[in-house]
Ligand binder design. Structure first.
Ligand code: FES
Ligand SMILES: [Fe+2]
Length: 371
């Protein structure tokens, strides 16, 4: 690798990856028999739940004349467009009725489809699968099914609690993701008197290894200034606590902390909304703090504070990015960001050539930085 010691010019392309599941909306925001708008990868969606509470996702544009279907009516089964009253099955988008047709007109209504997407509820979120764009001219066919179910949060006991946090970030998916995995901003962005100051900065050394579609910060005793770690210290001996952090394409960050029978597991996603906008959703599950009445609230408070600090930082960064400045990535602190760009490129290349993805990491790597 020739670029290890010199800063590397970085041109984020903000390309949004199709062929993956994305979080669309918190599940508790979507009630039965209602229609909600959402946007994923610049695709407007209408999301709802049928009578049986099953969620569905349609493209928010009528295939007749483009009217947003979210302006229409929903009876718990079919969505009716507000312009000419065409009706579509909420789940597969198949046209059920065109009211203007006379008895002797033979147009095959059931060959018409509103765009529809595989949709699942998982760990407090409605997930939508965004397939690769079809060939031009398509649009009269049923949808593509997802090759695998939506991602799950790993859990290690029957009983657990679940909570989520969400924040809009006014930057592209690439900046959202490299901001999420950036180890060097902590002492500057996440300062608080009860937490840490920029003077607590110290050298860190972490081992990373390749995993399918991503990389893992190998199991280790967590950094003494990570949030769940400080709380877990109340429950278990410091050296019994281990954590692993994975990043997996397109946008998943999993963190698992285990301390004896106690565990904390989170799945954070950065979701592309438009080219210049993404959203961060943190969902955490845990079986700790059972006896501590304010435990979950405390954790949520800490996370909310962090996410707000990141959001505010990215809002300021978006100002700086408006005029396309040159950017760079340095070793070792920006190496995870380099891996992200390399993984993305390798994924696209594998898709283009129809071959297996070549992982950009040759094997385990140790990184050092101060934070
Ligand atoms: S635009 Fe929807 S029915 Fe005509
Ligand atoms: Fe941060």
């Amino acid at each position: 690798m020739p670029d290890l010691d010199s800063p590397q010019r970085q041109v984020p392309d903000a390309l949004m990856l199709t062929g993956f599941w994305y979080r669309a909306l918190p599940a508790d925001q979507v009630q039965r028999n209602q229609l909600h708008q959402a946007m994923l990868l610049e695709i407007p969606l209408v999301i709802g739940r049928d009578r049986q509470k099953q969620p569905f996702a349609l493209r928010d544009a009528c295939p007749h004349r483009g009217m947003p279907l979210s302006c229409g009516r929903f009876d718990g089964e079919n969505v009716e467009c507000s312009y000419h009253g065409w009706q579509f099955d909420a789940h597969d988008g198949q046209c059920e009725l065109i009211p203007s047709l006379t008895a002797d007109q033979s147009l095959k209504v059931d060959r018409i489809y509103a765009g529809s997407y595989p949709c699942e509820e998982q760990d407090g979120f409605i997930w939508v699968y965004i397939p690769d764009p079809g060939p031009p001219g398509a649009g009269f066919s049923a949808r593509e099914e997802a090759p695998e179910p939506a991602p799950l949060i790993e859990k290690f006991s029957e009983k657990y609690k679940l909570a989520y946090l969400t924040a809009d970030m006014p930057v592209s998916i690439d900046h959202g993701i490299i901001g999420l995995m950036d180890p060097a901003h902590g002492p500057f962005v996440h300062q608080a008197w009860w937490w840490r100051s920029r003077h607590s900065i110290h050298e860190k050394k972490k081992n990373f290894e390749p995993i399918p579609n991503g990389f893992r910060m190998s199991a280790h005793t967590p950094s003494s200034n990570s949030a769940p770690y400080k709380l877990l210290r109340l429950y278990a001996a410091a050296d019994s606590i281990t954590t692993t952090i994975d990043f997996v394409l397109p946008n998943l960050r999993r963190e698992i902390i285990r301390a004896g029978k106690y565990w904390f597991s989170s799945l954070t996603t950065v979701t592309p909304i438009t080219r210049n906008q993404c959203r961060i959703d943190v969902v955490a599950a845990w079986n700790i703090f059972g006896w501590m009445p304010f435990g979950p609230d405390l954790l949520k408070f800490v996370f909310a504070k962090f996410v707000e600090q990141d959001r505010h930082t990215m809002e300021l960064q978006a100002e700086g990015l408006k005029h396309n400045p040159h950017l760079m990535l340095i070793d070792d602190a920006d190496r995870p960001a380099k891996w992200y760009f390399q993984l993305k490129a390798a994924h696209l290349e594998a898709k283009r050539t129809g071959t297996e993805m070549k992982h950009p990491m040759p094997g385990p790597v140790t990184l050092k930085w101060r934070s």
